[in-house]
Design a protein around this ligand. Structure first.
Ligand code: SF4
Ligand code: SF4
Ligand code: SF4
Length: 249
């Protein structure tokens, strides 16, 4: 885990130094639209409202260090704004919604609100079946062999999978060659059926349906076995925002 933090920080410093140097040379640091990009990151559990988060986060990497799933990364210059702040790239690794939410406990600055005490308190975003035409369940295809390697490929050779990650790999392997229900069956919430379930679709097959217990952890996006996930997480939106009020960003 410590090696991962060092690597993340090393890469962050390298990217930041090169990136900032480039922008200075271009005379564009202050007020650059690139730095203040509006793209919303998926933040770790407990993250306060984005503007406040950017002011409070001291970029110490404590949350990243305690995460047993290697879910958290530090943003580099390529991410636009909030350089050095923690984020989660759900297409690579979602947050496994640990019951005691250790990332929040580790945060010394208030950027991750300690009021988030358990997994069901998490409010990161909401899952959406954005690309139903890619969904294996809806197109009657099975989970491809070798799919579980995705979790291995994420980490470089110097870092070993944690025991918890090995358990995830084992579970993923058990789905290979079978009909796809990965997004629903891998949802880490204590009561996953409150967040997502496979339901009949109009063609007599199955499709995932999202419910208000979804916290936007991003695991469904990570484990979706197509090359670009059919199901994605919308950061900072709630179930009510997206599905009831029709808010899209
Ligand atoms: S809840 Fe657990 S898996 Fe999710 S970011 Fe925090 S430490 Fe990592
Ligand atoms: S459906 Fe489950 S796995 Fe997907 S984002 Fe929501 S809580 Fe996470
Ligand atoms: S993980 Fe869910 S959204 Fe992705 S292909 Fe399987 S059933 Fe469809």
């Amino acid at each position: 885990m410590a090696k991962t933090v060092k690597k993340e920080r090393r890469e962050f410093i390298q990217y930041s130094t090169l990136g900032v140097l480039g922008l200075v040379l271009a005379g564009g640091v202050v007020g650059s639209p690139y730095l203040y990009s509006e793209e919303l990151h998926l933040r770790p559990p407990g993250a306060v409202e984005e503007k406040e988060f950017l002011g409070l986060c001291i970029k110490c990497g404590q949350c990243l260090q305690v995460c047993p799933y290697h879910s958290i990364k530090l943003a580099d210059i390529a991410k636009g704004h909030g350089i050095g702040t923690p984020y989660i790239d759900a297409s690579v690794r979602g947050c496994y919604a640990c019951e005691a939410v250790p990332c929040v406990l580790a945060c010394p600055s208030g950027a991750l609100d300690h009021g988030t005490e358990k997994s069901t308190d998490i409010k990161m975003g909401v899952a959406v079946l954005e690309f139903p035409n890619r969904c294996l369940a809806m197109t009657n295809k099975t989970v491809p062999k070798g799919n579980s390697k995705k979790m291995h490929n994420f980490l470089d050779a110097q870092v070993n999978l944690t025991e918890l990650e090995k358990d995830v790999v084992k579970k993923l392997e058990s789905f290979e060659g079978k009909e796809c229900t990965l997004c629903a069956d891998m949802c880490p919430m204590p009561n996953p059926l409150s967040a997502i379930a496979m339901v009949p679709d109009a063609k007599g097959g199955k499709k995932p349906e999202i419910y208000d217990g979804c916290v936007g952890c991003g695991v469904c996006e990570e484990v979706c076995p197509v090359s670009q996930s059919a199901i994605v997480v919308k950061p900072r939106l709630s179930y009510e925002d997206y599905y009831e009020k029709g808010i899209r960003s």
